[in-house]
Design a protein around this ligand. Structure first.
Ligand SMILES: [Zn+2]
Length: 473
């Protein structure tokens, strides 16, 4: 079995149940698990990483994302829009997605996550343009394997196009039977339920305003037959609350209860507009939440009541959300914003560094059903991150290195990232793929998609609406 020694680590914050912190210890990795932690363990191991001057933390877990959106970040036309307007405009560019675009955007988003300390992520991919092959998640699994990320994507879906009263254009939505058949295909091909698996599948109808209640029910039934988790967006905006009241006569969470979407195998992105009863129900049933503070602030959606959820024992993980609503896939940056957002909403003591880090690590592992990750402990997954504390922005902050990476610091790029016992980031660069090639291809494809969308629609995506209006005078 392969052995890897992380030697002489200056600080190890385990985030284990006893909250153990070690100084000047070795971590021995055997195969894909942590074998031993302590001074002098594993001496004589051939493959060694120097932990001197480094802080070691458990790899972080990202519980909600749309990796394809890395190609449509910072589009001027929707920089200042709220969710529904933002979606309707960007769908026009997303109609131009191709298998090649899905592949490179997945590498880009996963690369950014690995560089900023994430070792396990989900994704929700739900745009299937009718002119492309439907086998787009296959591109994602391929990319994740190449870059070395532990990956549990959701096969997303949209079945309610514009002509049926939904938001998306008709040519990116699919029929229920096509969606369910592709889910079955992907389960057979990629879902590995073993405890240390690198690929699993979850099922994720996009939202109550883009699929029918019947598809929500059918998806839950299929998932439960195969032991998969289910995920959707819920209670993100006031607009959604209004839409659900008008269309279904229910609040978003009530709608989910009516289609059997509560339980340990369910997690919702956002959940900003949930009331006291709904939070209590989520806690009682173990229904999880992917908390996305940057996206929620960026789109002006609000701040989810996370301290209240934690008090009610709701499983909560952290998430960067789609790259176009965050304009980033910066995991460590998300932890910092999580802390700041809740301090603004409910006071400084409502979100400590340790709580924010626990949400980002084992909170996420719990939400995704992967208990082997999110903690540094003997026998657990060898998913670890090393951060170089010998950097100017951390100087003077070493009284508490864990606080330093959340409260201080100018760069969120980690020194080393180890996933499943394998080094995937080395000296702050992706180790298994060509980082510059990702950058070049992503910029090219992003430009081409916008150009094609502009030509087809006549919409000027690269101008802000106010500037367009001004130009007409
Ligand atoms: Zn999302």
């Amino acid at each position: 079995m392969n052995k890897l020694l992380v030697k002489n680590c200056s600080w190890v914050y385990t985030l284990d149940p006893e909250n153990r912190v070690y100084e000047s210890v070795n971590i021995l990795i055997e195969g894909n698990r942590i074998k031993a932690i302590g001074p002098g363990v594993g001496e004589g191991t051939e493959e060694v990483i120097d932990g001197g001057g480094k802080l070691v933390i458990p790899g972080m877990v990202n519980t909600h994302h749309h990796l394809y959106q890395t190609l449509t970040r910072c589009v001027p036309r929707v920089q200042d829009s709220e969710l529904f307007e933002w979606l309707v405009n960007l769908y026009e560019i997303w109609r131009e997605l191709t298998p090649e675009a899905v592949y490179w955007s997945t590498l880009l988003g996963l690369g950014e996550l690995l560089l900023t300390g994430c070792t396990l992520t989900t994704d929700m991919y739900y745009v299937f343009p009718s002119k492309t092959t439907g086998e787009l998640l296959d591109e994602q699994f391929k990319a994740a394997g190449e870059i070395g990320m532990r990956f549990i994507p959701c096969r997303g879906s949209m079945s309610c196009g514009h002509s049926k009263g939904g938001l998306p254009p008709d040519d990116v939505v699919q029929d229920d039977n096509v969606i369910l058949a592709d889910m079955e295909r992907l389960i057979k091909k990629y879902h590995d339920p073993s405890p240390m698996s690198m690929t699993r599948l979850a099922l994720g109808p996009c939202s109550p305003f883009s699929v029918t209640p019947q598809l929500m029910k059918d998806t839950a039934q299929l998932a439960r037959k195969h032991g998969l988790r289910i995920h959707t967006h819920l209670a993100e905006t006031k607009d959604e609350e209004k839409y659900c009241a008008e269309k279904f006569g229910m609040r978003p969470f009530e709608l989910m209860e009516s289609v059997g979407w509560v339980g340990r195998d369910v997690w919702f992105a956002h959940s900003i507009y949930v009331n006291e009863r709904e939070i209590r129900r989520m806690g009682e049933t173990g229904t999880g939440v992917a908390h996305c503070p940057v996206s929620n602030l960026r789109l002006g959606s609000g701040i989810a009541p996370v301290p209240e959820m934690l008090a009610a024992s709701v499983p909560v993980g952290l998430a960067v959300d789609g790259s176009a609503s965050n304009d980033s896939s910066d995991m460590l940056g998300e932890v910092r914003t999580c802390l700041l957002a809740h301090r603004y909403r409910t006071g400084t003591s409502s979100m400590t560094v340790e709580t924010a880090m626990r949400i980002a690590t084992q909170g996420g592992a719990d939400v995704l059903g992967f208990p082997e990750a999110g903690v540094i402990q003997e026998g657990k997954a060898a998913d670890l991150v090393l951060i170089d504390m010998n950097q100017l922005p951390y100087a003077g902050a070493l009284h508490d290195p864990l606080a330093a990476i959340v409260l201080a610091g100018a760069s969120h790029v980690v020194d080393t990232n180890i996933v499943n016992g394998r080094v995937v980031v080395k000296n702050g660069r992706l180790a298994l793929v060509d980082q510059d090639e990702i950058l070049r291809n992503a910029n090219r494809i992003s430009r081409e998609m916008v150009e094609r969308a502009e030509k087809r629609t006549g919409i000027e995506f690269l101008k802000k609406p106010a500037l367009i209006a001004g130009a007409s005078h």
